[in-house]
Each structure stands twice: as structure tokens, then as C-alpha cells.
Design a protein around this ligand. Sequence first.
Ligand code: GUN
Length: 284
Amino acid sequence: MNIIDGKKVSARVKSDVRAEAEALKAKGIGIGLAVVIVGDDPASRVYVNNKKKACAEVGFESFEYALPASTTQEELLDLVSKLNKDDKVNGILVQLPLPKHIDENAVINAISPDKDVDAFHPQNVGHIMIGDFSFLPCTPAGVMELIAETGIEISGKKCVVIGRSNIVGKPMAMLLLHKSGTVTVTHSRTVDLPSVTREADILVVAVGKAKFVTADMIKPGAVVIDVGMDRDENGKLCGDVDFEDCKEKAGYITPVPGGVGPMTIAMLMRNTLTAAKIQNGCQD
Ligand code: GUN
């Protein structure tokens, strides 16, 4: 069993981003990320704080907009429109989920595609589908970095993704496919899920259920990547994979915390850097 250290890999990514940000600053180009949070979801608050902290670490400015849960869709769309026009803002991140009275798709569609550092806008989703993209979807891109860290080739491998969300499952499948994996996407209606997951050389789990994947569901030696961020029966942070149960059987496994979570944020920093480079006409 090998534990893949997301903190270590994310530190490396952030250090590279920081070096590039410093070089841009020397040319008079500052980098800014606007982070918008609506309401007071505690998990979202933690994510937003971590994103702001990462901005400080890599030398970006962050602009937080913490709006009350009563904010109307129109008010939020007005803010997005203002941020689209603000030259100090290179990237815009609207933390999801939004309160129920706001149409998330309407908000995502309003973000200027060249500032869409989450890569959620349909234009960027289309680019990802085709394989010609500037912005990587943050969590799937972080997972790809962690798989790369194992040294295991994706090409030709059986890859199984559990979960089909727009944020993780679907773009994850696409990135694995771009690397020539043989990809199966499973979900809540999949019949006999364990028989599918047991075939996986690479298993990516994004279901949002604490300790959902147990040792009997994995192939010996598999790469197991846990995107979950859940609470166990004692309220302790855990993933979608039962780590203790699976760690000896897996070839490589990510912990929670300290696996995918830090990578998502590191990739967001990389996307914000990319956005700033494109907007300033200094892309490699
Ligand atoms: N909520 C959960 N994950 C994410 C993410 O990657 N980006 C945003 N904006 N909201 C999220």
C-alpha cells in the first residue's frame, strides 16, 4: 500500500504557480481572484477560506464577496457582471451550492468564459469535451496529478468513476478518456456496482457517501482516488472510501483529508494564473 500525498503534490503545484506569479508581477502584472459565497453553508465557508489562504500563499490578491442567503438572482447576476468588467479580477469563482431560489446555471452562464476558473461555463465544458482547453476542471485535474504521481500509465487501463456530477464525474471521465483509459462511469442506478468497481485498475470515487467503498469492491493493487469529503458516525472528516478497510488491498490510495482536497485548490490557483496570462496576452 502506498499513500498518495496530496499535500506534497499540491505544495509543488502552488510553488510553481507562485514562481510564475512573481515573474508576472515583475512585469507589472498582478493577479486577482474574486470568490463569491452566498449564504452561510459551513462547508462552503471552509472551502472559501482555504481558497483565500491559497491565493495569499501564491501571491494573488483575493476579493471576497460574502452575500446573505436572501440575495436575489438579479443581485448576484449584477455582481458577476461587475466582476466580468473589473480588470483587477482575472478569475471569478462562485461557490456552489447556491441557495435554492437561485438558478445555478444562470449564474454560471453569466461568468465571462475567460474568467471561469472553475471551468463550469458551457463554453469551457465544450472545450474540455473536445480536448482543446485552457482551463482544467479543478477537482478532476487534481485527480489526474495524483494519478501521475503514482507513475502508473492511464493508457489502456480500466478506469471506473463512481458519480456523474457536472463538477467531478463527467469531466473526470473525459480527462481519463483523453489519456486513453477505458472509462466506465457508474452512478446510483448502476446494477451490481461492486462487480464493476472490482475490474478497475484506477477507481475514482465521488459519491458523497461516507466510507461507501469497501475492500470487497476494489481490485488488489488498484489506484484508489477518493474525492469525498464526508463525516463519519462520530462527526470526523472522512472520504467516500473506507480508508482503513481498503488501504492494504489498494496499490495506491489517497487519504481524506490530505488527498484530493488540497489538489483542487492548487489547480484553481493554476487556472487563475492561466486566466491572467491569457488576459494579458502573455501565454506560453
Ligand atoms: N462546490 C463544491 N466544489 C466546488 C468547486 O470546485 N467550485 C465551486 N465553485 N463550488 C464548489
